[in-house]
Write a protein that binds this ligand. Sequence first.
Ligand code: SIN
Length: 312
Amino acid sequence: MADLSTSIAGVRLPNLFFNASGVWCQHEAELADLLKSESGSLITKSATFEQRQGNPEPRYKPLAGGSINSMGLPNEGFEYYLEYAKKFDYSQEKPLFISLSGLSLEDNKKMCQAFADAKLDCILEVNFSCPNVPGKPQLGYDMEAMEAALTALAPIINKPFGIKLPPYFDIAHFDAVAAIINKFDQVQFVTCVNSVGNGLAIDFETETALIKPKDGFGGLGGLMILQTALANVNAFHRRLTGGKQVIGVGGVTSGKEAFLHVLAGASAVQIGTQLKEEGPAAFGRIKKELEEIMAAKGYKSLDDFRGKVKTL
Ligand code: SIN
């Protein structure tokens, strides 16, 4: 039997799969579903300082080959997730990741301080890449602001943590972002990629945008972004130093895409659109498919092929 276990930031996951933040993780009932599922971990919805309703509906639509969303960070406010993290049973085998997405650096500082003060065993993933809050550009596309944020947050968090990045499309940007991240020892992983921001899906018959917020503009996810996700995973896998890891997300619908993410360099794999469409049963199916692929190729563990994509 193939071994799908992995570790992120020094913490063991029984298998590499978990949800992408935002999918099946806003409320405790959904988090309980993830605990019961065959995922290897779970992450909460990106929290803002205050509770948010998010953008007007419709704000998510499945598309041929993926999805578009402009959720706008609907969440229960960080204290809800802090309380959840306080009562979480850390003796069970799935670790807990907490996603934070403050609308300002001050909010991120306050939320990180609250989690640090609580001295919990959860792992923080700070989201620098939500494309859907009107008037709030993605921090991951502003190199100076990103470095300033990491300079402020790393000493507060004061233990290994990760950041969720937007997709980059230029080699110079991979170089610049990796150089910034490599300055921070405590950034132990990056999650690549958030949705491909600000696509526009239009219904041919009605000549109308499919989602309501932002005149129909929203983040693209699912199979249509697989190659962008793989490129970002591989670009950061090649550039990050000091044992930093990459969590791959984008385009995983089956064991095959999960295999490609690991081949590109992913140490764990998050699932977004497919989880939203199929529900938590997706984890068992995709896990089994990856085990079968590994057995067919003669790989016993993820280390056997992680990052070993061949080039021509
Ligand atoms: C959202 O709530 O708009 C999605 C979150 C994200 O893309 O980071």
